[in-house]
Design a protein around this ligand. Structure first.
Ligand SMILES: [Zn+2]
Length: 231
């Protein structure tokens, strides 16, 4: 096998290695917390807190209603007991009863509104909870797939590295040095020549260049400066 063909094969391995390393990096960057899940979790937390506040409001309104009911009963008991006969005192009691009554119905209206809010909040929390669960399940599934994908890339990389080592020992070290030098400068060291055309840059080789490339295994392209490999 010609040296340029060996280097071309080495390059094929290196390209596959690079592709796998890039893919692995991409997969790793996708691992971890999902923004969508975090946002859904935050929304559920906010909605649950709002619901808890509404429930507390509802409870304190219920306490207030009970309290006014008890007070109203006491005032009315006095009012209709017949014990009090003084008209002014009776008028005061009536006024007090009216006040308690109207404040109680105000609170009752508010409590009703709050109760409706609680019902809506409960329904929303249930919906958000199941949405979050669904997202979490999807996310876990995706993470497992990503982890499996990462493992596959790691295994492929290990295989390729081993293959590369075995390959390199059979190539003239000076040629490997040239390969690394050109690769470092250009990213891709070997340019395949097919049907007289350099695949590295697209130029058509002169007959003299083709002959030169055939005779010298490490001749570089006049244009792209890649090591020519005559396929
Ligand atoms: Zn070229």
């Amino acid at each position: 096998m010609s040296v340029s063909k060996q280097l071309y094969q080495l390059q094929e391995i290196d390209l596959e290695l690079e592709a796998n390393e890039q893919a692995l990096a991409r997969v790793i960057s996708q691992l971890g917390e999902s923004q969508v899940v975090v946002a859904a979790r935050n929304e559920l937390t906010r909605e649950s807190q709002r619901l808890e506040e509404l429930r507390q409001q509802q409870h304190s309104m219920e306490w207030e209603i009970d309290d006014r009911t008890v007070k109203l009963a006491a005032v009315e008991e006095k009012l209709y007991s017949g014990r009090i006969t003084n008209p002014k005192e009776l008028a005061n009691l009536q006024h007090e009863a009216d006040g308690l009554n109207s404040r109680r119905s105000q609170v009752e209206d508010k409590a009703l509104e709050t109760m409706e809010g609680v019902s809506r909040g409960e329904a929303k929390v249930v919906t958000l909870g199941s949405q979050l669960k669904k997202l979490e399940v999807e996310w876990q599934h995706e993470q497992q797939q990503l982890l499996a994908e990462a493992e596959r890339h790691k295994a492929t990389i290990a295989d390729l590295k081993q293959k590369r080592q075995l390959m390199v020992v059979n190539i003239d070290p000076a040629a490997v040095d040239v390969y690394h030098g050109v690769k470092k400068q250009k990213g891709r060291a070997v340019a395949k020549v097919e049907a007289g055309t350099c695949r590295g840059c697209g130029i058509t080789l002169f007959t003299a260049q083709l002959q030169q490339a055939r005779g010298n295994p490490l001749v570089k392209g006049s244009n792209c400066r890649g090591i020519w490999f005559l396929a």
